[in-house]
Design a protein around this ligand. Structure first.
Ligand SMILES: NC(=O)c1ccc[n+]([C@@H]2O[C@H](COP(=O)([O-])OP(=O)(O)OC[C@H]3O[C@@H](n4cnc5c(N)ncnc54)[C@H](OP(=O)(O)O)[C@@H]3O)[C@@H](O)[C@H]2O)c1
Length: 292
């Protein structure tokens, strides 16, 4: 297939591009910088210069392709609503040229907020309307009429260099000189190794079931305490419990996530796609954390 990939220069996107090319697909990747275009071309992809705000280029990329994988997102946590609006418009622009073509569109979201604390989210759950700051990628894609759209929900995606929201937590730990978790630290974050995630994107776009929601979850939930302790060992920093009241001053914008219990299952996804993650696990990657 000829596959158009947005976010092709990112942490996950670059791995997805390599996985697709290795499996014999042709990739047209979107890049917005010279450096991004250069590294994308070096991986064997064709390059479309453009940005998420440039809807004509998005439509051009999708028109030229047999399938689209949407991974780009503006990670501006200070204006998350604006990032979501850019995402919604981009998805609608991609959808506008895919309508009625039967060409698959695979979009990206996270597993957070699907169910309440203590419950394990499954592929059947949907983000409740009262969830604060919901990401719009999934509802925007699945609302497109006549488009074969499906969704990948991501946990903390990791290797020794990057680990999703744990990467900014590590920066905070280094700045404060201590690795904190909230309360007893039993709240859990699901995780998956970035190469397992890249393989899941390939399997999902090859299968392309309309309306499917795939969980790229290898580990259902790793406790925040275990995460903080692994980072503490690697950075040789003390580890301590803080109260929920102390969390905003310690974690800043990350405070809500840091206390969040968001385990997720991938039982259905593994069965439907024949996806078997092989690791390494999150703690193993944190033990090898790149401290350069
Ligand atoms: N990493 C995780 O653990 C995790 C967890 C949940 C969800 N996700 C989601 O998974 C997707 C990929 O994440 P990632 O970790 O690979 O993020 P990343 O490394 O920050 O990559 C983001 C990608 O989006 C592109 N991008 C950002 N703003 C753009 C714009 N205005 N126009 C065009 N492209 C733009 C970036 O391009 P440049 O290279 O030019 O910056 C890059 O290719 C995102 O949707 C993210 O929110 C990730």
């Amino acid at each position: 297939m000829h596959i158009f990939v947005t976010g092709a220069t990112g942490f996950i996107g670059a791995a997805v591009v390599k996985e697709l090319i290795a499996a014999g697909h042709n990739v047209l990747g979107m890049a917005r910088s010279d450096d991004g275009a250069k590294s994308l071309a070096a991986s064997g992809a064709d390059v479309l210069r453009g940005s998420l705000e440039d809807l004509d280029h998005l439509r051009q990329g999708a028109t030229a392709a047999d399938a689209v994988i949407h991974l780009a997102f503006v990670h501006d946590w200070s204006n998350f609503a604006a990032s979501c609006e850019i995402d919604r418009r981009a998805i609608e622009a991609l959808g506008s040229v895919l309508t009625g073509t039967d060409k698959p569109l695979l979009v990206t979201t996270g597993v957070a907020g699907l169910v309440g604390p203590g419950q394990v989210a499954t592929e059947d759950d949907v983000v409740p309307p009262d969830f604060p700051l919901p990401r719009v990628s999934e509802p925007a894609a699945l609302a497109l009429k006549g488009v074969r759209a499906s969704v990948v929900r991501l946990p903390q995606v990791h290797n020794p260099v990057k680990q999703g929201l744990i990467t900014p937590a590590i920066a905070i730990y280094r700045e404060k000189g201590v690795c904190a978790y909230i309360g007893d630290g039993h709240n859990r974050w699901p995780a998956a190794h970035f190469l397992d995630v890249a393989r899941l994107y390939r399997l999902a776009i090859e299968k392309a079931e309309a309306g499917a929601k795939y969980h790229a979850v290898a580990e259902e939930g790793v406790s925040m305490r275990a995460i903080a302790e692994a980072i503490g060992r690697r950075l040789k920093l003390p580890v301590k419990s803080i109260t929920a009241e102390e969390a905003p001053a310690f974690f800043g914008w990350l405070a809500n996530f840091a206390g969040y219990d968001m385990p997720a299952s991938s039982v259905q996804t593994r069965k439907t796609l024949g996806w078997n993650p092989t690791g390494p696990g999150l703690i193993a990657d944190l033990e090898q954390l790149d401290v350069s």
